[in-house]
Design a protein around this ligand. Structure first.
Ligand code: F6R
Length: 370
């Protein structure tokens, strides 16, 4: 079943172009997102939505964080994101006309389910609709939601989530477009650009996967390290968080993600020759600011790995190693594509460390207890 792959995680990383194709299949028609992919009443529900509340755990939470940037930046709709284990145990203020979105690979995560059940108690009174983005049909979360969107990633066996995350982001981009159009917050032109970008994704991911050999080489600098820092700005901040989570869960190296602008508010004190710093540097509006953050790290001797695109032109001198990971800078496609080299990096660090990649210690694929 593993074919040419040593681990399920590796197989699943390489299945991502196909997983994206399968998730888009039947959801787009002639450059338009089919709003009905979210359910028959989706359009009517989306029209009434005034804000989005996303609830999830772990990797699924990170996909929600990326979506927050998209919703607020691209269609100006407020979007709140919180981990389920916090949300369910406080008394959150739920605004009228909220679209309550749970994101889950398994559909069985106990905290996410409890958060959904809690909000359902005030559903009528507050005109709340619930949507579940899930990889498993007939799961507890899908059974309890008004609207369902299935990510067609196929079974994910490796405990570390890879292709499920990528397809969650695709689902969220489709949701952005479907809500944007239903509410008149997105022009047809913008929708067409997003759809074209999504259709290019399988190819972009394929290209990013081709950097495996270079990344494998870079993984060596983590062999005798016990801590690493991941930096990004904008949507690359949640992607940095996901990169750090992947590294810690499969290689057991402590890793932390920071929005690069926060460096001088504390973490800069950590930087010395012993700490690898991984940065995602697309050629976007924040690049110049990010480059000055990189200089701050460089000046303190940090071992740096930078993933950039064809136009970023980060100087690769001294302790800074730069990989042109992609040609792409689209607001939707860039975070999805830049996540790929981070997955490969953690995988190869774990191989060097000799950990159990598919079954990391202390973790379970489906967290059905709180
Ligand atoms: C990390 C990972 C976990 C899950 C989390 C939520 O690689 O797999 O962090 O993302 O346990 O699980 P689901 O998505 O099934 O609700």
């Amino acid at each position: 079943e593993l074919g040419e792959h040593r681990h399920y995680m590796h197989k699943e990383i390489f299945e991502q172009p196909q997983a994206v194709i399968d998730t888009l299949e039947g959801r787009i028609s002639q450059d338009h997102v089919l709003v009905s992919s979210f359910g028959h009443q989706a359009e009517e529900i989306f029209k009434q939505v005034n804000q989005i509340q996303i609830i999830a755990c772990g990797t699924s939470y990170h996909s929600g964080l990326v979506a927050k940037y998209w919703f607020e930046d691209i269609i100006g709709l407020p979007c709140f994101v919180e981990v389920a284990s916090e949300y369910r145990y406080r008394n959150p203020v739920v605004l009228n006309n909220t679209l309550f979105v749970t994101i889950s690979q398994s559909g069985e995560t106990a905290d996410t389910l409890a958060a959904l059940q809690q909000v359902k108690k005030i559903k009528q009174e507050k005109n709340i609709a619930t949507l579940c983005i899930c990889n498993v049909p007939e799961s507890s979360l899908t059974r309890e939601s008004d609207l369902i969107f299935l990510t067609h990633a196929g079974p994910e066996i490796g405990v570390a989530s890879t292709k499920a995350f990528t397809t969650q982001l695709v689902a969220l981009a489709l949701l952005l477009t479907a809500v944007g159009r239903s509410k008149g917050l997105m022009t047809e032109k913008r929708e067409n650009i997003i759809v074209k970008g999504l259709q290019k994704l399988p190819g972009l991911i394929q290209k990013a996967l081709e950097h495996e050999d270079v990344i494998k080489e870079m993984a060596k600098c983590f062999a005798d390290r016990d801590s690493a820092l991941f930096l990004g700005r904008g949507t690359m901040y949640p992607i940095a968080m996901e990169g750090a989570l992947k590294l810690k869960e499969i290689s057991y190296i402590h890793a932390e993600a920071y929005p690069a602008g926060e460096l001088k508010h504390g973490p800069l004190a950590l930087i010395d020759e012993a700490i690898p710093v991984v940065t995602i540097a697309p050629n976007d509006d924040l690049l110049e600011k990010l480059k000055s953050n990189l200089q701050e790290v460089k000046a303190r001797g940090g071992q740096m790995i930078v993933f950039e695109d064809e136009k970023s032109n980060v100087d690769s001198e001294g302790n800074m190693r730069v990989v042109k990971a992609t040609s792409n800078v689209g607001r939707i496609t860039a975070p999805i594509t830049f996540n790929i080299p981070l997955q490969l990096l953690s995988y190869h660090v774990a191989l060097i460390k000799g950990t159990d990649v598919d079954q990391p210690r202390n973790l379970a694929k489906s967290v059905t207890v709180e």
